[in-house]
Design a protein around this ligand. Structure first.
Ligand code: F6P
Length: 559
């Protein structure tokens, strides 16, 4: 019997998808400009508030019917049950047979969270208490370096989720750093990254945290070894390694083998994915910088978003609406990418974190039943801080043939009031989404050119090049201030948005098999780059890889 017949329909085979397709044909020609003219209540109608965040999604290619049809599609994909399943520890990371319980790390309820029948909350709370004590002992100067000086710098050695989340949160919460501990992040297997990070640091007052769930990531292990060499070559001794090196990992034996003192190892669990691990001991560098109380506030913000995600009806559910709007653009408007545009200096690294969160989760082409997708799934995530982007890539957003829905993100107040800067930043943010929606038609372009005295012939040629199509959708997320709570809620919002989309597309958002091949091939290339005698073709490389190896080797020979 054809087993596929008993499997759930892929979402684009459902009646709800068909209804949306028909709806798309009706709505495709509709201009948002006109919708705003026709409905003064549009901003209120398409606005949501949750966990201290506000979402204006009125500048989208939607009507209330669109939202109704999208949420019907979500129900057809069993989203409400999937949300419950994630929080209840179901093995939703099917290919690795694991739950995805990053939400347990910020569970402020008295509810137990069971993994293999065992409540993991005591262990989560014990680890958080250990983190608090560790940070207190360092920030209070009780734990000092080998020359008995207080620590001044912490170097977090990690990559991917062991880097991007903590770095984003550290930078986002820079206003909350105590003046005594500076956070540095070392990720890349690049001597320049290592050199730049260590430059100017004092081994007497530098603490290293090796952040690696697997404790088997090439970049992290190499960097950790190099930092240990640096420490030992600059006054440190093996005896003092225990004072200056700690680790966060799910692989404790290997960390001990590396030379990390057992008492300095903080656990990670296999039911927390790397890109979802900021809330775990991976957040130690952040807690060292901002202190336990502010870290706890960040956890609380994420928890409040979790409660909203669990409890709000789909139609009023912020992560659900953002996720469904993304599906609407990817699968009906053929959007290939999505732009994240924080209008806040401290949130400038948010796009990089969301890139991993989204693209490593939903950058898949096979569903959880092993079926190839015959539809698009995860979009390319890109973006950057505003208003800088307006002088870099907004041209494409406004007039390009490509189409990229945008998330504008703005704290309504700034940590650093200067003159009227924040009003100017906000006006840039609001006017960009307005321009994307409103555009500029040919008549307007012609009138502008006429007004500056251009000839008819000039206007004939230039006016069409000044037309801005408009009708390009965006969300605007805004909140009072970029506080630990707001940052926690914001990151959790995107985690849940990614989950919603993964469920609709039927992919496993919690594994990342795609990164394995590059690592495997890299070992053989590396071997050939350094071997005494190595002729690429003899090692079965394609001629491109062989040519590149030869170029590298010949350059090394010249040094
Ligand atoms: O990119 C692959 C990946 O496994 C990510 O998922 C992870 O965050 C990163 O590498 C680092 O892994 P680890 O924390 O095990 O060193």
């Amino acid at each position: 019997m054809d087993k596929s017949a008993s499997l759930p329909l892929q979402f684009n085979q459902t009646a709800e998808f068909k209804a949306l397709t028909e709806h798309f044909n009706d709505i495709q020609p509709v201009k948002m400009n006109q919708q705003f003219k026709d409905d003064a209540g549009r901003f209120d109608q398409f606005g949501l508030h949750a966990a201290g965040l506000n979402l204006d999604f009125s500048k989208n290619r939607i009507t209330s019917e669109t939202i109704q049809l999208l949420t019907q599609l979500a129900r057809a994909c069993d989203l409400p049950q999937s949300i419950k399943g994630m929080f209840n520890g179901e093995l939703i990371n099917q290919s690795e047979g694991r739950p995805a319980l990053h939400t347990a790390l910020r569970n402020f309820s008295a509810e137990p969270v069971l993994v293999d029948g065992k409540n993991v909350m005591p262990e989560v709370q014990k680890t958080l208490t250990r983190m608090k004590e560790f940070c207190w002992s360092i920030r209070s100067h009780q734990w000092r370096g080998f020359s008995n000086k207080p620590f001044t710098d912490v170097v977090s050695i990690g990559i991917g989720g062991s880097f991007l989340g903590p770095k984003l949160a550290s930078e986002a919460l820079k206003p909350y750093w105590s003046k005594q501990i500076n956070c540095h992040y070392l990720a890349n297997i690049d001597g320049s990254d290592l050199t730049e990070v260590l430059q100017g640091l004092n081994p007497e007052t530098t603490l290293f945290i090796v952040q690696s769930k697997s404790f088997n990531t090439q970049e992290t292990l190499k960097n950790a070894l190099a930092c240990r060499e640096w420490f030992l070559n600059n006054g440190g001794t093996k005896e003092y390694l225990a004072r200056h090196f700690s680790a966060v990992t799910a692989n404790v034996p290997t960390a001990i083998e590396f030379g990390i003192a057992p008492q300095n190892i903080f656990p990670m669990w296999d039911w927390v994915g790397g890109r979802y691990s900021l809330w775990s001991a991976i957040g130690l560098p952040l807690m060292l910088a901002i202190g336990y109380e502010h870290f706890r506030e960040m956890l609380l913000g994420a928890y409040e978003m979790d409660c909203h995600f669990k409890e709000a009806p789909l139609e009023q559910n912020m992560p659900v609406i953002m996720g469904l709007l993304g599906v609407w653009y990817v699968n009906f408007f053929d959007a290939q990418s999505h732009a994240v545009l924080p209008y806040d200096h401290y949130l400038r690294n948010l796009p990089s974190h969301i890139q991993q969160l989204d693209m490593e989760s939903n950058g898949k082409s096979v569903d959880t039943y092993g079926r190839a997708l015959n539809y698009q799934a995860g979009p390319i995530i890109w973006g950057g801080v505003g208003s800088n982007g307006q002088h870099a890539y907004h041209q494409l957003l406004h007039q390009g043939t490509q189409f990229a829905p945008c998330d504008f993100i703005l704290p309504l107040t700034t940590h650093n009031p200067v003159d009227n800067f924040h009003a100017l930043l906000a006006s840039n943010c609001f006017s960009q989404s307005q321009a994307l929606m409103q555009g500029k038609n040919l008549q307007q372009a012609q009138a502008e050119l006429k007004a500056v005295g251009k000839s008819d012939d000039e206007i004939k040629v230039i006016a069409p090049q000044k037309v801005i199509p408009g009708n390009r959708p965006s969300n605007t997320l805004y909140f009072d201030k970029s506080t630990p709570k707001a940052v926690g809620a914001l990151i959790a919002l995107y985690e849940h948005k990614v989950f919603v989309q993964g469920q609709i597309w039927g992919v496993n958002s919690f594994d990342q098999w795609g990164v394995e091949l590059g690592k495997q091939l890299g070992d053989k290339v590396h071997e050939c780059l350094l071997a005494e005698e190595c002729i690429g073709e003899d090692m079965g490389f394609d001629v491109s890889t062989s040519g590149l190896i030869k170029a590298f080797r010949s350059m090394q020979d010249k040094l």
